[in-house]
Design a protein. Structure first.
Length: 107
């Protein structure tokens, strides 16, 4: 089953989430919202912020790759099925990824 995660779906973070699906989806959301280098002792975690100044077509390709790699590395219980971008926000010069993941291991 696929789950879509968007940047607009930010909610409260549960530090003791007991539902494994919610915990996994929350972890993916945190990966997407974290700027690489901003976590002490975990500098490789997140997405590279240097993409901000790139042209949209180039940034989309690089962001797609970074999202896939970051999720594969830091949340191995999911597989990235697709990465799309919100076209409404893209028209305003904002890249807002919509990531579809499939849970492969709920433990």
């Amino acid at each position: 089953m696929g789950y879509k995660i968007t940047m607009s779906e930010i909610g409260p973070i549960s530090l003791n989430e007991t539902d494994p699906v919610k915990s996994i989806l929350q972890n993916v959301s945190i990966i997407l919202r974290t700027i690489k280098g901003s976590c002490p002792m975990y500098r490789g975690f997140g997405i590279d912020a240097t993409l901000i100044d790139r042209p949209i077509p180039a940034a989309k390709v690089l962001l797609f790759s970074q999202i896939r790699e970051a999720i594969e590395e830091y949340e191995p219980r999911v597989r990235v099925k697709s990465v799309d971008f919100d076209t409404q926000e893209e028209m305003q010069g904002v890249l807002s990824p919509i990531v579809e993941v499939e849970i492969v291991d709920e433990s």
